[in-house]
Write a protein that binds this ligand. Sequence first.
Ligand code: DI6
Ligand code: FE
Length: 408
Amino acid sequence: MPQTLFINASIACLDGASGYGLREHGALLVEADKIAWLGSMQDRPESGDAEVVDCADRLLTPGLIDCHSHLVYGGDRADEFEMRLEGASYAEIAQQGGGIVSTVNATRAASEAELFAQLQPRLNCLLEEGMTTLEIKSGYGLDSDNEIKMLRVAQQLENEFQVRIQKTFLGAHALPPEYAGRSDDYIALVCDEMLPRAHAEGLVDAVDVFIESIAFNLEQGARVFASAQALGLPIKAHVEQLSDLGGAVMAAARGALSVDHIEYLAPADVARLAQSETVAVLLPGAFYVLRETQLPPLTALREHGVPIALATDANPGSSPITSILLVMNMACTLFRLTPAEALRGVTINAARALGLQAEIGSLEVGKQADMVLWNVVKPAMLSYQMGINPCAAVMQAGRWRSKAGLAA
Ligand code: DI6
Ligand code: FE
């Protein structure tokens, strides 16, 4: 069985209820695809035949996890970026047939190969920053064939790159133009045809809905959730991004893995999230791009112990960002997260938001060996700097994905 022994590492284990779980002067043994031993240097096992990696006191963290992205899409929305600079709002552009629907047109027109080629530079950016698990949503196809096409492209990434992909069906992302004025009919199509077909092809790990004035209402969201749960699929939701429709409470009451965005979630409602295992996923990229001023209810989330995750929301409209390290910085600067909360947000709490916390997200014996070695000593450096990528080496499932920066 192949073994790798990391020595002289500053290990951020992320194994406790708060903080980094930092072990200085640590060692860690990987056997096959799992962490077999973790402890202090003086107690480390014999190296035997293991590959020995001297970390020279550098930081070792779990592989990073982006738990909310829309990485598969056609075209771009640079023109809308310019329109917003001239005063148009995101909601106005959507109401005029732009926004998500314009990406739907470009995505429907693209082949699987074209979508694959277009997303590679975006994916590379995430991988180079130590991403080992990435969630990707459908939601720019809005009919069975095109939603399935998007999910296939997402699935194919696992074959071509060494990364774990979680596929989320987001058929209820926006109303396609051919269903204008018939949103209930579209939701029936989502529930009765699109979702069952995508699920039957093995392309769905979870189901998401966009509950918002420019998307779907509470009752429609609940219908999609009921269909997902009838198929045994976990649910999550885009909620309270632009207004408070009560989506987060509705989703949490149904046991959602996560409620995402939540700037407009009322602090008084946060207690109701804490009654479930639901994770609050914050998306500072969209907050930044849309120049939002309404902050998510961070004080209440902390008071009630709701786990907080962070993600890129990488998409062509509201969050054209593919740097998870910049997202961590934005979460600290814009939302006042601590650097420890930011790192938890892209590791253990992101794993929770995907229902994968038993397998990944922290460095603990028995967990999958997904880890990143960084050219920094202090964990806060990951959130503090902007534009520098200190990623030195990445291991995913016990296999090196890149080891260019292994030598200190
Ligand atoms: N909220 C978002 O931030 C993305 N989807 C959603 O429901 C934006 C998608 C887009 O503008 O293309
Ligand atoms: Fe999103």
